[in-house]
Design a protein around this ligand. Structure first.
Ligand SMILES: NC(=O)C1=CN([C@@H]2O[C@H](COP(=O)(O)OP(=O)(O)OC[C@H]3O[C@@H](n4cnc5c(N)ncnc54)[C@H](OP(=O)(O)O)[C@@H]3O)[C@@H](O)[C@H]2O)C=CC1
Ligand SMILES: O=C1O[C@H](COP(=O)(O)O)[C@@H](O)[C@H](O)[C@H]1O
Length: 752
């Protein structure tokens, strides 16, 4: 126990944890075994040799596999080991011995006493522990090292040996000071220590439409109804569950006694003066209110730098609110009532003081109820972290949940995205971050899994044996009008492909999830994304629109946009071929195409099936068998539809074949207005349903696919092929498809 030196366990350990990643330093070390092997010092290595040969990572399990740290790092040749004589490259450090520190978090608890310390002692007694080790107990309880030893010694069985070997536990090392330092060091939000069970307070009590989503609730990702109030979501909650309070009109009431305390929801739209807020977020919130999806008690705050009164905000947003065409009765009244719940606070994005003022205003509206807070970051990405810092420190809910919806872009590449995630996680837990990709909220994208997994006719065909290629197509019939400044820094691959189209691809191609749980679905998406090959430059075509005149009207070039730098080579169009290296999709090209200023506005998924082997009717199709291929089209927008192209006999006495569609056109089948994607996603965020939001590992996997090619395009200054505004895009896209034996389905001229 002389190894348990106080300076290791106290403030210095804090420092090493705190630095940048908040992870133990080992996590930054390489994921291959180093020359330093514990086998040199481990008395029992030979006994485990057989197992070593079979260990899952291919390396001996008790070699000092530094990848066993919390988050391994893949680079391997520039790392060092600290020795008494300074830093030594790992490769030259055969003689540097390792030491193992085991920290039992919750050391005062039952499991620790009954099982963990006795197990450690047994390992030690049997000489399985390495020569150099120390054990720390960590808990909230105040205890000296000696007290810890007394506590655990009661459960150790080998009395005699125990007294000899316990001498290793030298005083002052596992003391309360080490407890404190670890506490600071981890930087884990206190809430992460909270139990993940729902409390008695459930929003379902006040949610008028809960029953309608009930079926889905049963499957919600965390195993609890998504609109149960999860107190662990609080930004800075309190770790013990029995000492939390709710403010009521009559004072503080412990949560355990507060079943009757209703919750209230505060939604803050940060960047309320902006384009997205006006166009999408406020209208979506109104639509939810109009359809009775919002809880009974709620208030909406706009927050931005612009100076505005509440009344001015109401005027601003009222211009974009619309009533459902199918239920326009009392719309004016409802709009007025909705607007009365909207307020505005002007403040800077990096001012904790201004967010403190917002907090005061929120509290005034929330009084008497348990507050839950949702922040929507509808602002440029360079101020995401400032806002999250200020909001988390000064405006998060004290005894309800706090969640933050983050708009894209999530970085420009793998590195900047990782950095953004790391910064956000200084203030938020992953569970509180709702990274929005609004394509996941679109009706047809949501339906993709239903189509696949609840229809026997599709799932068996969903593989390389039957599917020849899959096409994911996005086109807009307008340019970057007004958003050129933002767009030029990103380009179409980052704006559409790496997120919207890739998300659809992942949903399309993933394996069957274990359940419809958000986590299960996202696990499958990550798996399929990680099975994909990074996109290669030879499989990419880029284009940019140029000015064009048609019918006496002239359309500007991308470079005519005053916010776009002169001579910009940012692509406004791209086509790419992607591949999934797994058993289901081996060899099937997934073609993506995305462009602005094209001839039409459309987003669709097209699945082209293989030719019918030995087709009896092949002579009816002539030599072009592609014309007879079955194609399943999911038209995401406009005019949502699912149709299957089939070959059919033209009625009559002869034998003439015809291409026809089995067509499910939504507006014919479902005479209702389809909710906007933002409505669905806002409601999910309010209910704590994460299924349609991007998890950080999904994001990492997505960036890993596109970052190399994006870098290459930039480094090589690849010029985009120019295409006229309003055209079908660059010809290069056809060659790319042809290289993979594909024809773009949207250009076949068969669709209406
Ligand atoms: N607009 C769209 O269609 C879409 C937007 N998005 C994303 O949503 C977010 C918001 O988009 P959008 O509304 O178009 O953005 P805006 O450019 O309109 O910005 C929103 C607000 O942020 C403030 N702001 C703008 N620029 C800066 C700056 N440089 N520094 C500090 N504050 C600034 C302004 O408010 P004030 O000056 O009052 O503080 C502005 O009203 C962005 O992340 C965007 O990428 C995603 C999909 C579509
Ligand atoms: O995220 C974005 O999406 C829009 C297209 O969204 P849609 O719902 O209208 O199809 C696109 O115009 C914009 O460039 C991009 O940032």
């Amino acid at each position: 126990m002389a190894r348990c030196v106080s300076s290791h366990c106290s403030s210095s350990s804090t420092l090493s944890f705190n630095n940048a990643t908040n992870l133990p330093r080992t996590s930054l070390l390489p994921s291959r075994p180093t020359a330093i092997s514990e086998s040199l010092t481990h008395p029992k290595t030979h006994l485990r040799l057989q197992f070593q040969l079979k260990s899952s990572n291919g390396y001996p399990p008790n070699a000092v596999s530094l990848q066993d740290g919390l988050a391994g790092n893949s680079a391997s040749n520039d790392r060092f080991v600290e020795t008494k004589t300074g830093q030594v490259p790992i490769s030259q450090s055969e003689n540097v011995e390792s030491t193992l520190s085991i920290t039992v978090v919750g050391a005062s608890g039952d499991l620790a006493k009954k099982k963990i310390f006795p197990a450690l002692f047994a390992l030690y007694y049997e000489d399985w522990l390495p020569e150099h080790f120390q054990i720390f107990g960590y808990a909230r309880s105040k205890m000296t090292d000696e007290e810890l030893r007394n506590l655990i010694s009661r459960t150790l069985t080998f009395e005699l040996i125990k007294s000899l070997k316990m001498a290793r536990c030298v005083s002052s090392h596992c003391s309360s000071s080490s407890t404190l330092s670890f506490n600071n060091a981890t930087n884990l939000p206190r809430t992460s220590l909270l139990p993940s069970r729902p409390t008695a307070i459930s929003e379902s009590l006040t949610h008028p439409k809960t029953h309608l989503r009930l079926q889905f609730q049963l499957k919600s990702s965390n195993g609890y109804p998504p609109n149960a109030v999860f107190l662990q979501d609080g930004l800075a909650g309190n770790s013990a569950s029995n000492d939390r309070f709710v403010e009521t009109k009559t004072g503080q009431v412990p949560i355990s006694q507060s079943e009757n305390v209703e919750s209230t929801l505060s939604i803050t739209v940060v960047g309320a003066s902006g384009d997205l807020a006006k166009k999408k977020i406020f209208p979506a919130l109104f639509a939810l209110y109009y359809e009775d999806w919002l809880p009974e008690h709620f208030q909406i705050f706009g927050y931005a730098r612009s100076k505005m009164t509440d009344e001015e905000l109401r005027n601003l947003i009222s211009r974009t609110l619309t009533c459902r065409i199918d239920k326009s009765e009392n719309c004016g009244d409802k709009m007025e009532r909705f607007l009365q719940r909207c307020f505005y606070h002007s403040g800077l994005y990096d001012s904790e003081e201004n967010f403190g003022e917002l907090d005061q205003k929120l509290k005034e509206k929330e009084i008497g109820r348990q507050p839950n807070r949702l922040f929507y970051l509808s602002i440029p990405p360079n101020i995401f972290v400032d806002v999250v810092r200020c909001a988390s420190r000064r405006a998060s809910s004290e005894n309800g949940w706090t969640r933050v919806i983050v708009e894209k872009p999530f970085g420009r590449d793998a590195q900047s995205s990782g950095e953004l995630t790391r910064c956000l996680k200084q203030y938020l837990t992953e569970d509180q971050i709702f990274r929005i990709d609004h394509y996941l909220g679109k009706e047809l994208v949501e339906n993709l899994s239903v189509l696949r997994f609840s229809n026997l006719v599709f799932e068996p065909l969903w593989c390389r044996n039957y599917i020849r290629n899959v096409q994911l197509i996005f086109s807009e019939d307008f340019g970057t009008e007004g958003r050129g400044g933002y767009f030029d820094n990103y380009g179409i691959i980052r704006d559409i492909m790496q997120n919207h189209l890739l998300q659809i691809l992942a949903l399309f191609a993933m394996e069957t999830p274990v359940t419809l749980d958000g986590e299960d679905i996202r696990n499958e998406k990550v798996k399929v994304l990680r099975s994909m090959r990074p996109v290669k430059l030879e499989n990419v075509v880029v284009g940019q629109y140029k000015g064009h005149s048609k019918g006496g009207k002239s359309y500007p070039a991308y470079r005519d946009d005053p916010t776009v730098p002169k001579g910009s080579i940012t692509p406004t169009f791209a086509a790419a071929a992607l591949f999934i290296d797994n058993a289901r999709w081996d060899g099937v090209p997934f073609l993506m195409k995305a462009g602005k200023a094209l001839h039409t506005r459309r987003a669709e998924i097209r699945v082209q099936f293989r030719h019918v082997p030995g087709n009896l009717y092949s002579r009816n199709f002539g030599t072009d068998l592609d014309k007879a291929t079955n194609e399943l089209v999911l038209r995401v927008q406009p005019d949502e539809a699912i149709y299957l192209k089939i070959n059919n006999k033209v009625p009559g006495l002869g034998m003439r074949l015809d291409r026809s569609d089995l067509n499910l056109l939504y507006k014919s089948r479902y005479p209702i207005e389809i909710p906007d994607a933002y409505e669905r996603l806002l409601l999910d965020a309010i209910e704590g349903e994460r299924r349609l939001f991007i998890r950080s590992d999904e994001l990492d996997a997505a960036w890993a696919l596109f970052t190399p090619v994006l870098r290459e395009l930039e480094e090589k200054n690849i010029s985009p092929e120019l295409y006229p505004y309003g055209s079908r895009g660059p010809v290069g896209a056809h060659y790319l498809a042809a290289n993979h034996n594909v024809r773009w389905g949207d250009l076949s001229g068969e669709d209406s």
